[in-house]
Design a protein around this ligand. Structure first.
Ligand code: UGA
Length: 434
């Protein structure tokens, strides 16, 4: 099939290259010339395992092309995927749909024959109706269908998630569009992916409800972990114990600092805004947002406690600062609050992250990026495991603290408290007896 993907960001690049890999011809369009030039010169603007090879392979085969020319890409495609950003727009947290509507207004000028226009960007329920209206204004004849096909890709695992999705959701108000999208995804359906079709508004809401539900699961466990700490219960046992109930499921019950990233914080806020718009009180999601915000402060206070309330002049190391492993993404990472908070109170911070130095900390005088774990842990008082990168999972702490003994705060529960105690480490983790 001939496909146009608008937006060479995270979703667009992953989806575009995966569609090309399934044998389709894909035009990937972005108005950012620098980005398109990079892509045409074999450089990838984002960090995602496996993406560079996938893009190279499909670019060389001629099935994947990059351009700034929307007209060319739209005219030569049957299906158009809108993959532009929908950031948080204002204090109330609604989704900023400016980029979506701009793209729609422009592409509608180039519709020369029947096209299916698909939103892959996360857009609030009823956005598809508005998109339809915008295009209808420009076109007399109905030469298009607007469909919702939300993505469920996780950063760091996006290619795998595209190839082996739990489900493919298509929200369309016509059978032709559903059929066409189903045949596009046929190679994945044949490999076992479940295809689920509903109407357009249904698919739009499924995306937000999914992210909000996952965020709720995480926050729920994080709060239970606080109770575990007070009652001497191991939170990992609770996760396993409840996860074995198939109605609950074992995934997304891992405790940690606070969920972050470009999706959960933004989408939970946007969903409560939609609730307000439609006079529906989404009180559960509102409390999840509050609980997650409090969590960052709660854990930073815990750091203070571990250091016997003396932060001034203490040397603290962060292992990992991104919101999760296998990405360089810092958006809404809890480290963005924790590091400045400790820095302001006089701590000296070292950090090491496999994805490299972060501009977010460059202005902080006493925050230093280290090139490796050894350098980061040299002569420090406390080591915080903030992000669960693989390389932090089997550290030789004895070797690391040759020069000075440090305390360990494992915010991802990577080590066993019992083993750590046996080896004589001052070890703290989340929701477990230390
Ligand atoms: C999330 C969803 O998982 C994807 O399905 C969705 O497509 C994507 O948002 C999106 O809307 O685009 P992502 O933000 O990449 O994906 O990352 P997740 O793996 O979901 O992690 C989000 C946050 O939750 C991270 O900070 C992670 O550390 C935290 N988390 C996750 C936990 O604290 N515990 C868990 O058990 C799982």
């Amino acid at each position: 099939m001939k496909i146009c993907v608008i937006g060479a960001g995270y979703v667009g690049l992953v989806s575009g290259s995966c569609f090309a890999d399934l044998g389709n011809f894909v035009w990937c369009v972005d108005k950012d010339k620098q980005k398109i030039d990079m892509l045409n010169n074999n450089q990838i603007p984002i960090f995602e395992p496996g993406l560079k090879d996938l893009i190279n392979k499909n670019y060389s085969s001629g099935r994947l092309k990059f351009t700034t020319n929307l007209n060319l890409a739209v005219k030569n495609s049957d299906i158009i995927f809108i993959c532009v950003g929908t950031p948080t727009s204002n204090k109330k947290g609604s989704a900023d749909l400016r980029y979506v509507y701009k793209v729609v207004a422009e592409l509608s000028l180039y519709i020369n024959k029947f096209k299916i226009i698909v939103t892959k960007s996360t857009v609030p329920v009823t956005t598809g109706d508005k998109i339809e209206k915008i295009i209808l204004k420009k076109k007399r004849k109905k030469l298009f269908e607007v469909v919702s096909n939300p993505e469920f890709l996780r950063e760091g695992e996006a290619i795998r998630d595209f190839r082996f999705p739990d489900r493919i959701v298509i929200g369309a108000n016509s059978k032709i569009a559903t059929k066409k999208l189903k045949s596009l995804y046929d190679p994945l359906i044949k490999k076992g992916a479940i295809f689920f079709s509903t109407n357009r508004r249904g698919a739009e809401l499924i995306k937000y409800a999914s992210n909000a539900f996952l965020a709720t699961k995480i926050s729920f466990m994080n709060e239970i972990s606080n109770l575990c700490e007070k009652t001497g219960v191991n939170v990992e046992d609770v996760s396993i114990g409840i996860g074995l109930d198939k109605r609950i499921g074992s995934r997304f019950l891992r405790v940690g600092p606070a969920y972050g990233g470009s999706c959960f914080p933004k989408d939970t806020k946007a969903l409560t805004f939609t609730g307000t718009l439609f006079k529906t009180d989404l009180s559960i999601i509102k409390s999840v947002i509050k609980s997650n915000e409090k969590r960052r402060i709660f854990l930073t206070e815990r750091v203070k406690k571990i250091l016997s309330n003396k932060i001034k002049n203490k040397k603290i190391t962060f292992l990992g600062v991104t919101f999760k492993p296998n990405t360089d993404d810092m958006r809404q990472s809890s480290s963005l609050l924790m590091i400045p908070y400790l820095h302001e109170r006089g701590a000296k911070i070292n950090y090491y992250d496999p994805s490299g130095e972060k501009k977010e900390f460059s202005r902080l005088k006493n925050v230093f990026f280290c090139n490796d774990i050894n350098e980061a842990c040299e002569k420090v008082d406390l080591v915080i495991i903030h992000t669960e990168w693989d390389e932090f999972k089997s550290l030789d702490f004895k070797k690391l603290y040759r020069k000075r003994k440090f305390k360990i705060y494992d915010m991802r529960n990577l080590y066993s408290p019992r083993d750590m105690k046996k080896q004589g480490f001052s070890y703290h983790s989340i929701g477990r007896q230390n």
